[in-house]
Design a protein around this ligand. Structure first.
Ligand code: SF4
Length: 463
């Protein structure tokens, strides 16, 4: 199996494309959500979703707690070294589930359930059972539904894994980041490989159909050779079905705790990108497929197979082969995609708990998508998921003439075509193998809402 032709990637190429840009887990992106989208707008969106009774539904629940903060963390987290706050939180989640179930009427059956955080396994096994019961008693899982959970191996016990398997979870995602002890110490997350390996072995023995591993590149003290070694060991010792190899987003203006990393040697620019290329090279040599962005899938995994059939989709959780027309977000900071609108819940835990206790949907911000948003969002997802856009598909689906509507975007893409990132053909666009490493840049010309540059950057860097 061949790897990557590293000669295609030069410092000059990187310099041209390393700029702030969205990750496009949604379009419009989160900075465009506004407080004008309140409870009334959310109720209208839920009412629209309630009418689509035959369409697949997915539910994301956010468990925000962690015992300790990893220095690189970019998630929405409540640090709670001492147990206690989770009981009140579970009460609040149950109250929110009641409000949502009422608003959605008969539209209840889930084809996809995802627990994220924070650390969902901050909850004890018995609290996990309670949360699961709270969800499936209101939103039952369809036969064959995907039930996924993110876990931190440092706080996940064998009892947890057994409880989760018994509840019917079939996908488990483990944070790992890097195996180099110096990197682990720098980011304040020391996680021996034996711990992670033990968890993976238990998960497979208990019948989890898919084991995912999350790595991060761009952390202090990382080197190309060191990260290659991490990837080789991950492939050899864990054999994950899917891997997400995330770019570390250094955004201290949003996450001030990341300033603690600033005195350390941190790979940046071309050096950082070379670390990702090295990882991608190892995955491709081992037979994994590059799904796009930062995801790799083992041959035989549904995501790898869907690469050829065009059956890949993307939502707030990342890539999936199980599309759902509506995705409900439950819990503090959770984001949903419901009835043609994005709805983001309150970010403050006390305010979230108070809202649901008072019988109010805890929405803080959101946006109702316009027709133009739907069109541009669909083109952006097409680039990210299928690596091509066929103009006839745009014409049939949206009744617009893409060559006219996207004349400006096509002009902006010309230098990228000259750089070998995309082919602009009469029938559409095709992302090249080199262009797969620059998907955010290729999407940006279609983004009509890219914020003007200001004092406070909105997005992490694209490379
Ligand atoms: S375990 Fe995950 S969510 Fe919690 S602090 Fe670490 S990186 Fe953040």
């Amino acid at each position: 199996m061949s790897g990557i032709d590293l000669r295609a990637f030069t410092p000059e190429l990187l310099e041209r494309y390393d700029r702030p840009g969205p990750r496009y887990t949604s379009y419009p992106t989160a900075p465009h959500f506004t407080p004008e989208f309140g409870e009334a707008a959310y109720r209208e969106a839920l009412a629209r979703a309630a009418r689509r009774t035959d369409e697949p539904l997915s539910l994301y629940v956010h468990v925000p707690f962690c015992e300790h903060r990893c220095t690189y963390c970019g998630c929405n987290v409540v640090i709670a070294p001492h147990r206690g706050p989770e009981e009140a939180y579970l009460n609040a989640v149950e109250a929110e589930l009641d409000l949502l179930a009422e608003a959605l009427g008969d539209r209840r059956t889930l084809n996809q359930l995802h627990w994220g955080g924070g650390t969902p396994t901050y909850l004890t096994p018995s609290q996990c059972r309670r949360l699961h019961r709270a969800i499936v008693s209101r939103f039952p899982l369809a036969p064959g539904a995907e039930a996924a959970i993110e876990v931190d191996p440092c706080v996940t016990s064998p009892e947890h894994v057994e409880a989760l398997a018994a509840l019917g979870f079939n996908r488990i995602s483990l944070g790992l980041q890097d195996l180099d002890p110096r990197v682990q110490e720098a980011v304040e997350r020391v996680q021996p490989m034996a711990l992670t390996r033990g968890l993976v072995t238990s998960a497979r023995r208990l019948g989890f159909a898919s084991v995912n591993v999350d790595l991060i590149y761009g952390l202090p003290y990382q080197t190309e050779a060191g990260f290659r070694e991490t990837v080789r060991r991950v492939i050899g010792e864990l054999e994950p079905d899917r891997v997400a190899c995330f770019s570390y987003a250094h955004v201290p203006w949003i996450k001030p705790h990341q300033r603690r990393l600033e005195g350390m040697p941190m790979p940046r620019g071309f050096g950082k990108f070379r670390i990702f290329l090295a990882a991608a090279d190892e995955f491709l040599r081992a037979g994994y497929r590059f799904v796009g962005f930062d995801h790799f899938a083992r041959p035989g995994d549904p995501l790898a197979e869907a690469l050829d059939s065009g059956g890949i989709h993307r939502n707030f959780m990342g890539y999936t082969v199980m599309p759902a027309t509506d995705q409900i977000g439950v819990g503090v900071t959770a984001i949903g995609d419901v009835g043609g609108a994005y709805a983001a819940n309150l970010r403050n835990l006390a305010r979230y708990e108070r809202a649901v206790a008072e019988g109010r949907l805890p929405v803080e911000r959101g946006i109702v998508r316009t027709e133009e948003d739907e069109l541009r969002g669909a083109v952006i997802r097409r680039i990210i998921c299928t690596l091509r856009v066929e103009w006839d598909w745009v014409r049939e689906r949206f009744g617009v003439e893409p060559l006219e509507r996207f004349a400006g975007a096509l002009e902006a893409l010309e230098p990228m075509a000259a750089d070998g990132l995309v082919e602009i053909r009469p029938a559409g666009l095709a992302v090249t193998p080199t262009g797969r490493f620059f998907l955010r840049n290729l999407c940006m010309p279609f983004d009509a809402r890219l914020a003007p540059p200001g004092d406070r950057p909105l997005y992490s860097r694209t490379v």
